[in-house]
Ligand binder design. Structure first.
Ligand SMILES: Cc1cc2nc3c(=O)[nH]c(=O)nc-3n(C[C@H](O)[C@H](O)[C@H](O)COP(=O)(O)OP(=O)(O)OC[C@H]3O[C@@H](n4cnc5c(N)ncnc54)[C@H](O)[C@@H]3O)c2cc1C
Length: 377
């Protein structure tokens, strides 16, 4: 049975980000195996994030914006993000860039295969896939499993994305401004919005996004996208160049990081998807940095920040408000963006806001709903 220093069980965002971070570290010569059952890894999703600096996958960024829009039925805000930039990496470019950074390293191997089990051990964990068995001193697990059992007092919602990259024959978009949230789509007692990444005046990714307690059908999302494109953007005709979508669980219930003596959960499975935003890219990068620092300083990967309890508490409250007052969320979000500078909002969503910033942000939220949610248990 072949042994590796690191086995990445799942080579999606978290697996590849961590592999690249390990490869760039003093641990870069250690042996590594990345196992994934999706050998084609196409553009199944588009990764976007806001940042003030540069990152390891900048070569894969296809577009960045300095301005964003938040729109509702009565208001439209154009927001200057400076010093942030909102950047987008197409999934296929991310996978290609990450695999390129890992290529030509004799200590790094890839395997195509379906992982059936990961078994913890004293000195190594065993990973079984197809007809193979390997061991790893450290195994990083990003395989999503059926939703974990929910404990009382926690909230779980479904985050659904259905996106079309479309092309039009006439200029139809302002290519300088991305639309963070446009609430001009039926809310149906949930937080639902359209997100638009204009790559050019005649080409954009237009994505239906919804936080719901129940499941949304694909036909409902597609009908909402068509209605938005016809009635809000004013398009009679467009071609769909590609599609993406998914449904992710979002919850305030903590995900265990340590799955055994030798196994650590990463990515969504390690709680890296921020439940109130659905963004994971920046958090996965920070987590990869922390895991490598822990390996170097402690000799194990588990000494990573748990996240500030105050931000976890605020996420819990926000999820409860989203679950109970989903239909009011569009007005709450519009006010939130109107009454706070972008830098304050984005640093808050990154969990980097100061206590004063948090107080100022809280003051712009409807007190009664949030106090009620804070008291709920
Ligand atoms: C449509 C869509 C758009 C998104 N947009 C954004 C965005 O703009 N910004 C952002 O920050 N986040 C976004 N996200 C959320 C988030 O970044 C992703 O879900 C992210 O991919 C999570 O990383 P992960 O490594 O945990 O999971 P994944 O990237 O899904 O990786 C898991 C990997 O494990 C493999 N796998 C699973 N089971 C097995 C098995 N049994 N055997 C072998 N391999 C297996 C899968 O093939 C996959 O490659 C989006 C998500 C979706 C679905």
């Amino acid at each position: 049975m072949k042994h590796y220093d690191f086995v990445l069980a799942g080579g999606g965002l978290a697996g590849l980000s961590l592999a690249c971070r390990l490869a760039r570290s003093p641990l870069g010569s250690k042996s590594m195996l990345i196992i994934d059952h999706d050998k084609d890894q196409q553009s199944d999703r588009t990764f976007s994030f806001w940042t003030t600096g540069s990152g390891p996958f900048d070569d894969a960024v296809c577009r960045s914006w300095r301005h964003m829009r938040v729109a509702g039925s009565c208001t439209e805000q154009r927001i200057d993000l400076d010093p942030y930039r909102y950047k987008t990496i197409r999934g296929r470019d991310f996978y290609r860039c990450a695999r390129g950074l890992l290529a030509d390293r004799p200590s790094i191997e890839f395997a195509d295969g379906h992982i059936d089990s990961i078994e913890d051990g004293e000195r190594a964990a065993t990973v079984r896939f197809d007809d193979n068995e390997v061991t790893g001193t450290w195994v990083f697990d990003s395989l999503l499993e059926p939703a974990q059992a929910m404990n009382n007092g926690f909230t779980r919602l479904k985050l659904t994305f259905v996106g079309w990259e479309i092309e039009t024959s006439e200029p139809s978009f302002d290519a300088d401004v991305m639309t963070f949230m446009d609430f001009r789509t039926p809310q149906r007692d949930d937080l639902r919005f359209i997100y638009v990444l204009p790559f050019a005046v005649n080409r954009a990714l237009v994505e239906y996004t919804a936080f719901t307690t129940g499941r949304i059908s694909g036909s409902e999302a597609r009908a909402a996208l068509t209605a938005y494109l016809e009635s809000v953007v004013g398009l009679q005709q467009f071609s769909i160049l590609s599609q993406e979508g998914g449904c992710l669980p979002v919850t305030d219930q903590p995900y265990p990081r340590r799955l055994g003596k030798r196994v650590m959960a990463v990515g969504i499975k390690g709680g890296r998807l921020k439940p109130t935003t659905g963004y994971a890219f920046t958090r996965v990068k920070a987590d990869s940095d922390a895991i490598v620092a822990s390996l170097l300083q402690r000799g194990h990967p588990f000494d990573v920040p748990q996240g500030e309890p105050s931000f976890r508490w605020l996420d819990s409250i926000m999820l409860r408000v989203m679950a109970k007052h989903g239909g009011d969320m569009h007005a709450i979000m519009e006010t939130f963006f109107a009454k706070n500078p972008a830098e304050r909002v984005l640093s808050f969503l990154d969990e980097e806001a100061t206590p004063l910033d948090i107080l100022q942000l809280m003051a712009t939220l409807p007190a009664a709903k949030f106090v009620e949610a804070a008291l709920l248990n």
